[in-house]
Structures are given as structure tokens and as C-alpha cells.
Design a protein around this ligand. Structure first.
Ligand code: PLP
Length: 359
């Protein structure tokens, strides 16, 4: 339950589309930012899901969602700049911010307020050096989502700082539960000219190993992002781009099935984790992660990770892998079969009953 990738197969019609593309001779370079048909399909998808009209010229296809974050942080980072990012958060943000020479300013997220951003204090993070703010909902590793009310508050703050760019990591946008409703920062026209959306196929269509994602870039930066593609990898794998068109345009029942399976597992895990002595797990409404606090066990996150792995064969990720404010937590991915999840929970329960956390 360590790695963050769906335990489902890429749907067959998507695989077939890639094979067909290769057989049809689609194996040359493409335009740096991706083939037009794919960028048009993304624009259509954005209109369908977010009710926002975008120009396919603003879509930049990349080999995995990660590349959009790499481009954005390198574009707006560097010495003398500050970048605000969630902590605990996807570890690559902090790593690339440091690599760029910028100073990372962590937004502390806490189980006490369900891993939401505290907007009363948000402006404390901002100063004249702030160049970029990274937002990620549904979140890795917390599974948290953001309410419309909080997004409205964030946008009101952003309107006061027109020079700051925003990277909205929406890679889990399709994976929400219960009444949770995904809203994109792209839906706010007042800031659209400085929002970069990161999304892709990895999670939604179980395509992590295909390496494909996309960024939606404001006019001013789309060309630069494309140039960064050309200067490094030229273009994203051509047959994969055809597969990605099939994913967006084909049947979505496999996505719906995957999410309903995740939801079942999520409920099982929340219930059982809260019954384990020393664990406290919130009702996360997105992605496929739970991020329980283990503070009451008296163990550090690394110690807990080690005990679970080495004593009972359960892999989870230490909270501090997601930044210093992740200490005291553990990330479980429920992208694993219900059988394995039940087995893991039983092993943890048995371990606590027999040995306890203080042994
Ligand atoms: N953003 C977040 C929050 C993620 O969790 C991940 C992958 O785990 C990515 C981006 C990158 O996705 P990809 O595999 O498409 O590069």
C-alpha cells in the first residue's frame, strides 16, 4: 500500500489505439507540444468537465504530469524567488524548488482542520519575492479536497497579488467521493491569465507507465513550455498520444468502476484505521490515499513505516517523505485489492493487540 498508482489495467480500447497508431505508421516526431487532435480533445474535455473554453494552442502535452511541474517551477523559480507549496505534499515540489535555487515556503497542513489550507493566515506566506503558489486538490498524500468557499477565498487573495503565478495540480481531479465536487482554479476568469493547470492520464486511466500528461498554460507561457519540451525530449511518445485521445474520447465506464472500487476500499480503511489503537484517520474525499495521524502511538513516522514493513509485511509511506509537516503521519494508498487491504488491516490490528506500539 505504498505506491500511488492504480492497481487496474489500462482499458483495452486505449491499448488498442496505441497499437493501431504504431501499425498505421505513427512513429515519427510530433509537434513539440503534442498533436493537434490530442490538444483539441483536451480542450473539449476541459469544456465538458470545467465549463471553460480553452484554446488547444494553450495545451502542452508532456511525458507525465510531473513534467508540467518541472517546467513551471524552473520557469518561475530560481535564486531570489520564493515558491509556496503544500506540506505535507507531493515531494517533487520541494525537491524541484530547491533544485531551482528558489526558497520553498511550506503551507502547513494539519489533520486538525482536515488538511485544509488556513486562509486566515495565508497572506503571511506571501511577500514581494513570491513568484509561484502551488495548489494540489485532491491532494497527495492527504486525500483532502478544497471547498468552493475556500477556493473563492484563495482567489480573492490572489487578486491582490497580480504578479504571482499559480500552479494548480489537478492530476486527481476525477477521483472524488461522496458529495465532493471538484472545482478547478481555471473556473475563475479573474486569475486565468496566470493559472497553469497540471493534469494527465496516469491516475484516471491507470496509465502511469505510459508517461503522458498535459499542462494548460496562459498565452504568455505556452510557447516557453513548448520550447522546454523541444529542448529536452522533443515530444511525447507518439503512439501514447494516440492512446490518450482514445482515453478521452472512448467509454468512461472503466474510470467509473475504478472510482467505485476505490470508494469501497476507502470506507473499509477509514473504519478500520480508526479502530487501531493510536491511529486517527479523517474522512478524506479524494485521490486514493489516507493519511492517518499516528501521533498517539508515540512512534515517529519512520519507526512506524519500519515496523509495519519489517515485522508484518505491510508497506506504507512515512509521513515525513512528504515534507517536515508530515511527521506523525503515515500514507496508505488504497490502490490495492480489497483482499490485500483487509489482510494488511488485520495484521496491524493483530500486531497492536499482541505486541503494542511500545515494545
Ligand atoms: N501530481 C501529484 C500530486 C501526484 O501525486 C503525481 C504522481 O504521483 C503527479 C503529479 C505526477 O503524475 P505523473 O505520473 O503523470 O507524472
Amino acid at each position: 500500500m505504498g505506491i500511488g498508482q492504480p492497481d487496474f489495467k489500462t482499458p483495452e480500447h486505449i491499448v488498442d489505439a496505441a497499437i493501431k497508431a504504431l501499425k498505421d505508421g505513427e512513429h515519427g516526431y510530433t509537434q513539440g507540444k503534442g498533436i493537434l487532435r490530442l490538444r483539441e480533445a483536451v480542450a473539449k474535455e476541459i469544456y465538458y468537465r470545467r465549463k471553460v473554453t480553452i484554446d488547444p494552442e494553450n495545451v502542452v502535452v508532456v511525458p507525465g504530469g510531473k513534467v508540467t511541474m518541472w517546467h513551471a517551477i524552473l520557469m518561475f523559480g530560481g535564486k531570489g524567488k520564493e515558491i509556496i507549496y503544500p506540506n505535507p505534499g507531493f515531494p517533487i515540489y520541494e525537491s524541484v524548488i530547491n533544485y531551482s535555487g528558489a526558497k520553498g515556503i511550506p503551507i502547513k497542513l494539519d489533520i486538525a482542520n482536515n488538511f485544509q489550507i488556513n486562509f486566515d493566515k495565508f497572506e503571511d506566506y506571501i511577500n514581494s519575492k513570491t513568484s509561484l503558489i502551488i495548489i494540489n486538490f485532491p491532494s497527495n498524500p492527504t486525500g483532502g479536497i478544497i471547498s468552493k468557499n475556500d477556493l473563492d477565498r484563495l482567489v480573492l487573495i490572489l487578486e491582490k497579488y497580480p504578479k504571482i503565478k499559480i500552479l494548480s495540480d489537478e492530476i486527481y481531479s476525477r477521483i472524488t467521493y461522496d458529495e465532493a465536487n471538484f472545482i478547478s482554479l481555471l473556473e475563475y476568469p479573474q486569475i486565468r491569465n496566470r493559472v497553469i493547470v497540471l493534469d494527465g492520464w496516469s491516475k484516471t486511466y491507470a496509465m502511469t507507465g505510459w508517461r503522458i500528461g498535459y499542462g494548460i498554460w496562459p498565452n504568455k507561457y505556452a510557447k516557453i513550455a513548448e520550447q522546454m519540451n523541444i529542448n529536452s525530449f522533443s515530444c511525447t511518445n507518439t503512439s501514447t498520444q494516440f492512446a490518450a485521445i482514445a482515453a478521452l474520447q472512448g467509454p468512461q465506464n472503466s474510470v467509473e468502476y475504478m472510482i467505485s472500487e476505490f470508494d469501497k476500499r476507502r470506507k473499509i480503511m477509514i473504519k478500520h484505521l480508526n479502530q487501531i489503537n493510536g491511529f486517527e484517520c479523517g474522512e478524506s474525499k479524494g485521490a486514493f490515499y489516507l493519511f492517518p495521524s499516528i501521533k498517539k502511538t508515540g512512534l515517529k513516522s519512520d519507526q512506524m513505516e519500519n515496523i509495519l514493513l519489517n515485522k508484518i509485511g505491510v508497506a506504507a509511506v512515512s509521513g515525513n517523505s512528504f515534507g517536515r509537516f508530515g511527521e506523525g503521519y503515515l500514507r496508505f494508498s488504497y490502490a490495492n485489492s480489497e483482499t490485500n487491504i483487509r489482510l494488511a488491516l488485520k495484521r496491524i490490528e493483530d500486531y497492536v493487540k499482541k505486541i503494542g506500539w511500545n515494545a
